[in-house]
Design a protein around this ligand. Structure first.
Ligand code: PEP
Ligand code: MN
Length: 342
């Protein structure tokens, strides 16, 4: 349920509405909009009667939110969420690319990749210090040493760092370095991790589980937003289907569907989505055309030498070409994309 009040509703009227919600063992969430103040309700709100609220002073309307997800829903917040990073913002009109290797590699390689990313005018760099690998025998990431390298990259190049947390034990160490905490596909329904990462207060990039429906995905985001953390970037990264010609099936259907249903920014990861570097540019353009707010791409100086996921990684040169195409595509989808030619 969503209680709509005038923007200049007096505090005492707002308090009255909130108290009524709390008395019914539910939680009120104040969502200030540009025209109205909305108070969202989470919890077992079925018991609450619409009429009880309509009678209260300053209440203009009461809307039942029929979807299971509430605070991430566009019904709760019709305007796009825009996450401010100072020199960049994610969501709304601006397109962004988060680029970097699959795993954090040695300092020299990371610095050389960061330098190229910076030259292109990109603001965000990715790289996993903790890697969720299907096989326990595969490289598991540089862990703390990787975080230290990311911290050095961040300081040297003034790039925003996007890196994955695998479990709550490492959350503090990851959050100390990350500008965006990534929660990967395999952890999309690790609810304890979602809650704890959400509570840190830093932006969270949440990747869709490989067998999760769109509803499951948005409900997972709801666990984070419930921690009063509205800075969530959703990320479609492909789902498992019967198809074996590609690593996953990049579900671009999800893009317009999620954009209609949620105010949160939505990124697409075509690297994991298709799993073939040569086909990443095509799917990147398709993702932007479908309405994504940005891309997360695996990029390396020499993809064949990447420590993990080299086959789906693109070179700096391919990234550069792709970016100039995105620049041309952006106005068609009413977006802006700023970058330097390097
Ligand atoms: C990643 O982006 O490094 C990653 C492991 O992706 P996913 O969680 O989508 O598999
Ligand atoms: Mn990878």
């Amino acid at each position: 349920m969503l209680i709509i009040m005038g923007l200049n509703a007096p505090d005492k009227d707002i308090e009255r509405v909130k108290n009524k919600i709390i008395k019914a063992d539910c939680t009120p969430h104040e969502i200030p909009g540009s025209k109205k103040l909305a108070i969202g309700i989470t919890g077992a709100s079925e018991k609450l009667e619409r009429e009880q609220f309509l009678l209260l002073p300053s209440v203009e309307d009461v809307i039942r939110v029929t979807k299971k997800f509430k605070l991430v829903s566009r019904m709760m917040e019709p305007n796009d969420t825009v996450i401010d990073f100072g020199n960049a913002s994610i969501g709304g009109k601006e397109l962004n690319i988060i680029a970097g290797p699959c795993s954090v590699e040695d300092k020299d390689t990371m610095f050389r990749i960061a330098e190229e990313i910076k030259k292109l005018g990109l603001k965000f760099m990715r790289g996993g210090a903790y890697k969720p690998r299907s096989s326990p025998y595969s490289f598991q990431g540089l862990k703390e040493k990787g975080l230290k390298i990311l911290d050095e990259v961040k300081k040297e190049f003034d790039l925003k760092i996007v890196t994955e947390v695998l479990n709550p034990r490492n959350l503090k160490a990851v959050a100390d370095v990350a500008d965006v905490i990534q929660i990967g596909s395999r952890n999309m329904q690790n609810f304890a991790l979602l809650q704890e990462a959400g509570a840190v207060g830093k932006p969270v990039l949440l990747k869709r589980g490989m067998s999760a429906t769109i509803e499951d995905f948005l409900l997972s985001a709801e666990y984070i937003i419930n921690q009063n953390n509205y800075n969530i970037i959703l990320c479609e990264r492909g789902i498992r289907t019967f198809e074996t010609a590609t690593r996953n099936t990049l579900d671009l259907n999800a893009v317009p569907v999620i954009k209609t249903n949620s105010h949160l920014p939505l990124f697409v990861d075509p690297s994991h989505g298709i799993g073939i570097g040569a086909k990443v540019p095509a799917m990147s353009l398709a993702a932007i055309a479908a309405g994504a707010n940005g891309l997360i791409l695996e990029v390396h100086l020499e993809p064949s030498k990447a420590w993990s996921d080299g086959y789906q990684t693109i070179s700096i040169n391919t990234l550069k070409h792709l970016m100039s195409k995105i620049k041309r595509l952006a106005p068609i989808v009413e977006k802006e994309f700023n970058f330097s030619e390097g």
